[in-house]
Write a protein that binds this ligand. Structure first.
Ligand code: HSX
Length: 185
């Protein structure tokens, strides 16, 4: 049995994230969280980091970003005994939505949320797997703000500092927590 008591949990979990070079295109180092999720011990450790962070706070809702934010966000919501809200890519939600468009490296993307997903004043944790340019997370943040929710914190597993999203969000005073970061290759 591993003795994890003296280990830095974040570094340990980082070791379970697989780097896949040149995927989905040449030059991209893809950070793959599936090994972290498929090991029951690391999956639990990951979720517990977020649960411990927010269990003492008044949180009304967890919002997760399509699609990997759903995996961790829904479990976190369940553990915090609060509801879960999906923020989805355009065209996936059946009811009335609010939408926010943001820029990708090439072109634009849009995320949507149901208009009744949160109430004004709700205290929400917004979660995704990864922050690169920050475009996705900030679009989700804006949607929640437009519906009057208070985003207590945005949270992710991985930050890629080279792509500047985390820094941009901190400059804008958007609270951000990530478990680990990957510099360069
Ligand atoms: C990836 O892009 C992740 O799962 C996130 O949803 C998103 C992060 O990129 P960015 O919007 O921060 O550039 O597919």
């Amino acid at each position: 049995m591993e003795n994890l008591s003296n280990l830095d949990y974040a570094s340990y979990l980082k070791g379970w994230i697989r780097t896949v070079p040149n995927w989905p295109s040449e030059g991209v180092m893809f950070r793959d969280i599936t090994p972290l999720l498929q090991n029951p011990k690391t999956f639990r450790m990951l979720i517990d980091i977020f649960v411990h962070r927010y269990m003492g706070e008044r949180i009304d809702m967890v919002a997760g970003l399509d699609a990997r934010g759903f995996i961790i966000g829904s479990v976190l919501a369940y553990e915090l005994n609060v509801g879960f809200v999906p923020i989805r890519k355009k065209g996936k939600l059946p009811f009335t939505t609010v939408a926010e468009e943001y820029e990708l490296e090439y072109g634009n993307a849009t995320v949507e949320m149901h208009t009744d997903a949160v109430k004004p004043g709700d205290r929400v944790v917004l979660i995704d797997d990864l922050i690169a340019t920050g475009g996705t997370m900030m679009a989700g943040y804006k949607l929640l703000q437009r519906l009057g929710a208070e985003v207590v914190e945005t949270a992710g597993i991985i930050e890629l500092p080279e792509l500047g999203g985390g820094e941009l969000m901190r400059d804008l005073n958007i609270p951000l927590f990530t478990v680990c970061s990957f510099d360069g290759h």
